[in-house]
Design a protein around this ligand. Structure first.
Ligand code: AR6
Length: 182
């Protein structure tokens, strides 16, 4: 399904983030930018060693922020490495940090000239963030930030049918007023 906020079309698809033909894909990274499993492992495997070389040169990224590298052998032009929070029960600023990870990713992608971006479900794998809550935060942040940054497409790429349903529901549930910049 699709919804449009300003000039930005937001969609949810089932798929593999490494195969997306968009300007920038977002990685669910860790603060050391050290690589790992999940999305991070898939991106470094498919993109080749140049991405890790750039990550090492950058050195790290605080939780809630994002940095940009090239995309090596991937079809995208950029990889934005976002560091989402580890879920610790919800009383440790997790919601603000997750929203900040999405907002920072959009800003980093826009700085690189990207007008289309694909996101995975940040923090909901190894980092344990409850999926429905994470999806609502992701949608609200993208709907409020992406139009002003001139994105024409933001695509959420989910790895399972169950996750796709959760993100589609969050997109359907988003009230027009939550896209506050419109
Ligand atoms: N394309 C799209 N989604 C995927 C893919 C893929 N190729 N592979 C997995 N997912 P995770 P996190 C889904 O654990 O929770 C890493 O080790 C997966 O099913 O990748 O932010 C990093 O190095 C899940 O729904 O990210 C960090 O240390 C979602 O992507 C840590 O894990 C996110 O799961 C980050 O944990």
């Amino acid at each position: 399904m699709n919804r449009t906020f300003g000039g930005t079309t937001v969609s949810c698809v089932r798929g593999d983030i490494t195969e997306q033909h968009v300007d920038a894909i977002v990685n669910a990274a860790n603060a050391q930018l050290a690589g790992g499993g999940g999305v991070d492992g898939a991106i470094h495997r498919a993109g080749g060693p140049s991405i890790m070389k750039e990550c090492r040169a950058i050195g790290g990224c605080p939780t809630g922020e994002a940095v940009r590298t090239g995309a090596g052998d991937l079809p995208a032009a950029h990889v934005v490495h976002a560091v989402g929070p580890i879920w610790r029960g919800g009383e440790h600023g997790e919601a603000d940090l997750l929203a900040s990870a999405y907002a920072s990713s959009l800003a980093a992608a826009a700085e690189g000239g990207a007008r289309s971006v694909a996101f995975p479900s940040i923090s909901t794998g190894a980092y344990g963030y409850p999926k429905a809550d994470a999806a609502a935060i992701a949608m609200a942040t993208v709907a409020s930030r992406a139009p002003a940054l001139d994105f024409h497409e933001v695509r959420f790429v989910l790895f399972s049918d169950a996750d796709l349903q959760v993100y589609q529901q969050a997109l359907a549930d988003l009230a027009p007023s939550e896209a506050s910049c419109l």
